[in-house]
Design a protein around this ligand. Structure first.
Ligand code: ADP
Length: 742
């Protein structure tokens, strides 16, 4: 046991002996805090929210108070994506003026360290000096840092274009100030090192260099249906590894399947009475979500176009604190796709409901403040508690919650390890689709920026402490202010110390990791490693990840690398990514994201997958069958051809034909090996032909056309692909429906 973990235990013991809530509550993780404890913030007679338009069976979750509050704001608070937005500059002075006070208040909280989770109720003055201070004092350390900075970089400071930062602007400004970098709030004619976008990769067009904080295609990838599909593909291959995502059906296409399956479940066991949550595909902040107990309650109006949505098994027994349901917002940095690099913020947020939780019943299905943890909803409940402390109120730090759980005897090492595994596995499910988008927008060899992105993982802890993935936000809110009713009917954005504490650190440390002057990690640091598959991920001592030029002025990074660090444990899951690599190889042309029939044939031929049992005519039928079905189910079906998900389905089918006797995972792995070996042989043959061409030879030797240097694709493929490319260009609508929280 390391010193750090021993320290946790010691402090937990200390708390217990102090007679704080631990002693009174015992070890049951569910709801242990007694009534009247200082943090119990909701009275049992909380008024509930009424049912929608008397339709009890559908139980539409309505939120009268929310609508009322928004109206009372008396101004349009929606941004271009339809989300809440505020004119930051309007409130900027208020924000800056209050920040110092709040930070001082925060600075006096107690300290508890847990390995791997970083600070818990961190007494910042003890270890971190000035790190969250808006105006850090000029101390010796800082002078050394400035000197070191100049010596190390011996150039200009890093430049950041923040003209499109939108609601993350305030947090970004504070971060840049701490780093002493140079901000460009209105953009800059000359290129910047870093471009900070508020919504999408395409917020600024024509960026040819530097780094952008968004990946192309991330918004599309993380829409609820796409994420569910991607995770489901992984569930087919690795059912046990991906059991952290609730069972989901895609509407409207799987409506019938959903009804039939639920009916069968109920017929088999009449005591089962599951609940389901219906979420609109492109919704966010709880908009349009409702709970049902029977498939007949789905709102699929006959005659009107059915809405795209995901219906999901509702987790009926969440872990409660103070009798309230809560969820975790974890910030995850996807630093690079190739090689895959993932960092997790050691500190996150927890968002609490504002009405005591009861298991779903027909009576309470519509109680939005009981079932949905969204901050944007609960902030409009009369019971919402704004608190400057990190460990009380309706929004708290993750560490303060883990601290409480640890005090109750919960094995938070295991919880944290499970959360890390969930994040890595989800990222592995997302990467294939992202790689397709990436090559379409930023083809290798062409000038363009590199990308990174902060994602918001929403995780629910079940009563048995198992983490469940609710969704991943492509644009997690980076606001550091919250809406508060300062007088009756008068709302104002006021600084939120908890948000600031967490979010500024995440942005600042993301920037530090993306610093173009930062030394690249050594081979040994990047070496694939970690525990073997199935082993628990250890909560290691915090590493002092600091670049020398940062000296001692900044704290160690709040972002912990989890991949490639734990490659050994998770690499075997990356099968679909290898299928995506094949897909990309045969796409062939810049901007293309769909495979045409000729390119699909070329794939089959090149990988030698057709034979007497599987003719090229069958290949064409397979292509048409799968493509037709998928184009009927895709929202953006105007793009012709076979998308990645359809290609993966075709690949599974081919694998099944070829390796009938094996389980699916091995079928797919075997077919991948076969295809990769064929491509390797083909590449070697081409190389040897081109070598022999370089030698003097007789004039009529057969030659290969000058293949696409990027893909090494043969000439017929290039011709076919370029025709398809032109067709796709004509049909190309890029609808961006963002799951943004701004
Ligand atoms: P949105 O993007 O609209 O916030 P989410 O998927 O995050 O949609 O769902 C909103 C809230 O609903 C979550 O914060 C959580 O409290 C609750 N929720 C979502 N899915 C489930 C589920 N499967 N089981 C229990 N609660 C859920």
């Amino acid at each position: 046991m390391s010193d750090r973990y021993a320290k946790v235990k010691l402090q937990v013991e200390e708390m217990k002996s102090l007679g704080e809530d631990a002693g009174k509550e015992g070890a049951d993780a569910e709801e242990q805090v007694p009534e009247g404890s200082p943090t119990a913030s909701v009275s049992p007679d909380t008024p509930s929210v009424t049912m929608a338009a008397g339709d009890a069976s559908r139980a539409h979750l309505t939120c009268k108070q929310r609508v009322k509050s928004r109206c009372r704001l008396g101004k349009d608070v929606k941004n271009s994506c339809g989300k809440h937005a505020c004119d930051v500059s309007l409130h900027g002075s208020v924000v800056t003026a209050r920040v110092g006070q709040n930070l001082n208040r925060l600075g006096h909280e107690r300290t508890l360290h847990v390995r791997g989770t970083g600070k818990i109720l961190q007494g910042k003055l003890e270890t971190n000096g000035n790190y969250v201070n808006t105006h850090p004092p000029k101390n010796n350390q800082e002078t050394r840092r400035e000197d070191g900075f100049k010596l190390a970089r011996n150039q200009r400071p890093v430049t950041v274009d923040m003209s499109k930062a939108k609601t993350s602007l305030e947090a970004l400004k504070l971060s840049i100030k701490q780093l002493k970098w140079k901000e460009f709030p209105l953009g800059r004619r000359a290129p910047c090192d870093i471009y900070w976008h508020g919504v999408s990769f395409h917020d600024n067009e024509k960026i040819l260099s530097g780094q952008v904080n968004k990946f192309p295609g991330m918004i599309e990838m993380l829409r609820k249906i796409n994420l569910s599909r991607a995770v489901r593909t992984m569930q087919e291959l690795f059912p046990e590894e991906y059991d952290f995502y609730p069972r989901s059906w895609i509407l409207p296409e799987e409506c019938q399947q959903f009804s039939t399956q639920i009916r069968m479940v109920k017929e088999n066991d009449a005591t089962l009475n599951p609940t389901f949550i219906v979420k609109p595909d492109s919704g966010s902040q709880g908009d349009g979500i409702y709970l049902i107990r029977d498939p007949s309650d789905l709102k699929l109006m006959a005659g009107s176009p059915a809405k795209q949505a995901v219906v999901q098994e509702y987790i009926q027994k969440p872990l409660l604190i103070d009798k309230l349901k809560f969820d975790i917002r974890l910030y995850v940095l996807l630093k690079s796709l190739e090689p895959l690099e993932i960092y997790i913020a050691k500190e996150g947020l927890t968002r609490f409901c504002t009405e005591p939780y009861q298991e779903p019943s027909q009576k309470n299905l519509s109680h939005v403040f009981m079932h949905l943890t969204n901050y944007s909803l609960n902030v409009h409940s009369g019971n919402f508690v704004h608190s400057d402390s990190q460990s009380t109120g309706s929004k708290r730090t993750l560490s303060s919650v883990l601290y409480r759980l640890a005090a109750k005897g919960v094995d938070i090492k295991k919880v944290w390890s499970d959360i890390i595994a969930l994040v890595i596995k989800t990222a592995i499910a997302m990467v294939p689709e992202l790689r397709v988008h990436y090559q379409a927008d930023i083809p290798p060899g062409k000038p363009g920026p590199t990308c990174f992105q902060i994602l918001g993982f929403d995780i629910l802890l079940m009563k048995n402490l198992k983490p469940v993935l609710l969704e991943v936000n492509s644009n997690p809110s980076m606001r550091i202010e919250h809406e508060q009713e300062v007088a009756t009917g008068v709302f104002e954005y006021v600084p939120s110390p908890v948000d600031e504490e967490v979010k500024v650190s995440v942005i600042r440390d993301t920037l530090r990791l993306m610093d173009p002057g930062r030394r690249k990690p050594s081979i040994s640091q990047l070496r694939a490693g970690g525990p073997e598959p199935g082993e628990e991920i250890p909560m290691e001592a915090e590493t002092q990840e600091r670049s020398p030029e940062e000296g001692g002025a900044l704290p160690s990074l709040c972002l912990k690398q989890v991949y490639p660090k734990y490659t050994k444990q998770f690499n075997y899951l990356r099968l679909v990514e290898r299928i995506a690599a094949l897909f990309i190889r045969f796409l062939g042309v810049k901007g293309n994201m769909r495979l045409g029939p000729t390119a699909f044939r070329t794939f089959i031929r090149t990988c030698k997958l057709s034979n007497s049992n599987f003719s090229m005519a069958s290949v064409d039928i397979l292509y048409i069958d799968i493509t037709r079905r998928w184009s009927g189910t895709m929202a953006d079906s105007k793009e012709a051809g076979m998308g990645l998900q359809a290609f993966v389905e075709a690949f599974f089918h081919l694998a099944g034909r070829r390796f009938k006797s094996l389980p699916l995972r091995q079928q797919v792995a075997s077919l991948l090996e076969l295809c990769e070996a064929q491509l390797q042989t083909g590449a070697e043959e081409r190389r040897s032909v081109s070598c022999s061409r370089a030698m003097p030879r007789p004039p009529k030797t057969q030659t290969l056309g000058a293949g696409n240097p990027r893909l090494g694709s043969p000439a017929p493929l290039r011709r076919a692909s370029s025709q398809e490319y032109r067709l796709h260009q004509r049909l190309l609508p890029r609808t961006l429906r963002a799951n943004v929280e701004n």
